[in-house]
Design a binder for this molecule. Structure first.
Ligand code: ZN
Length: 159
């Protein structure tokens, strides 16, 4: 209730008009999600858990001041969407039921990695380094190191 009141009284710029919806977390539970600006890689609206969305908005605002216009490739994913992605790319999309995207607390941020050469792994970008340095101030950590684009909201990491 307090969260909703705060959202309504303050203009969190990156959040689209405090758009709240119930999204399914697993077979038995739902969570209240906030819609972010923009669309995901599949043209679907982007959602995060309310608290994560609020903090992400603050992170986006700070990033913008530092010169980064953060674009999101994926945020919340339904069980079905996760299953489809896992079938298509089992190496980087976790099994359905095991992804923090399904909990609405993770974002995949565009422009955080570049493919360097044929054998070596991905090299991170200036934006990735900025996120590593500043993301935790807003509770966002790169919790899957081999995926530099994947940031998860872990509130106790917040300074
Ligand atoms: Zn991810």
């Amino acid at each position: 209730m307090l969260g909703i009141a705060i959202l309504m009284s303050t203009s969190f710029w990156p959040i689209a008009e405090t758009h709240l919806e119930w999204r399914q977390k697993d077979r038995h539970s739902y969570f209240l999600a906030t819609r972010l600006h923009g669309k995901d890689n599949e043209g679907q609206p982007l959602f995060l858990q309310q608290q994560a969305a609020e903090s992400f908005g603050e992170l986006q605002e700070a990033a913008l001041k530092a010169g980064w216009d953060i674009q999101v490739n994926y945020a919340y994913r339904s069980h079905r969407q996760q299953a489809r992605l896992h079938r298509r790319a089992p190496n980087w999309a976790a099994k359905p039921g095991y992804s923090t995207h399904e909990q609405g607390i993770s974002v995949d941020i565009a422009g955080t990695s570049i493919k360097k050469c044929r054998r070596c792994s991905r090299q991170s970008t200036d934006l990735h380094r900025w996120l590593l340095e500043n993301g935790a101030n807003y509770g966002f950590v790169n919790d899957v190191p081999k995926e530099p684009w994947h940031f998860t909201y872990v509130p106790d990491k917040k300074d």
